[in-house]
Design a protein around this ligand. Structure first.
Ligand code: NI
Length: 190
């Protein structure tokens, strides 16, 4: 079981704007470790603190890593998580359309338009500058995770029609889960 639960749409906590981190402490270091663990467990290639209910500006990204445990022939890539505190996109260039998904948006992917190349600024856990130019998947991932810090999900960046179709589907799914839970509870006889 994962250490921390990943919040899922429509949890209102996903819509909060996260606070900048002023000072690093042990709790925040622990949060960084937990974010990495949850990202690899799920698996995902990025995770933002608000997705586990912490409204602070911290993201983790590892776009090289893929879970290949099921394929015994494959050699798992080395884990190389990038933790960024107070990340910001300071430069963006070009346009790319990427089919995105999100651990907080179950059972859905959609094409999203993003900048193709970005420059990311922030710090690591020790306050050292992080400065990275990225393109393609990694650039998309930075933009997607920073969106989470501003309470924005990728479904907020697709057409209103596509979004409303997903919201409908998700509500139906939640209703069914709830009904299932209730019938299970009745089965217990009290
Ligand atoms: Ni996400």
């Amino acid at each position: 079981m994962a250490l921390r639960e990943v919040l899922q749409f429509p949890d209102p906590r996903l819509k909060r704007v996260s606070e900048p981190i002023r000072e690093m402490d042990e709790a925040l270091r622990e949060l960084a470790r937990d974010l990495c663990q949850v990202m690899y467990d799920e698996p995902g290639i990025g995770l933002a603190a608000p997705q586990v209910g912490e409204a602070v500006r911290m993201i983790v990204v590892d776009t090289e890593w893929t879970k290949e445990d099921e394929d015994e022939e494959a050699v798992p890539a080395e884990r190389n998580p990038l933790v960024v505190v107070n990340p910001e996109i300071v430069h963006r260039e070009g346009v790319i359309v990427w089919n995105e998904g999100c651990l907080s948006v179950p059972d859905f992917t959609a094409d999203v338009e993003r900048a193709e190349r970005v420059t990311l600024h922030g710090t690591d856990l020790d306050g050292n500058d992080v400065h990275e130019q990225a393109e393609g998947l990694r650039a998309v991932c930075f933009q997607h995770e920073i969106d989470h810090l501003d309470g924005v999900l990728f479904i907020d960046r697709i057409s209103r029609l596509k979004r409303s179709l997903y919201v409908k589907k998700r509500k139906k799914q939640l209703r069914e889960e709830e009904e299932e839970g209730q019938s299970r509870a009745r089965g217990h006889g009290l």
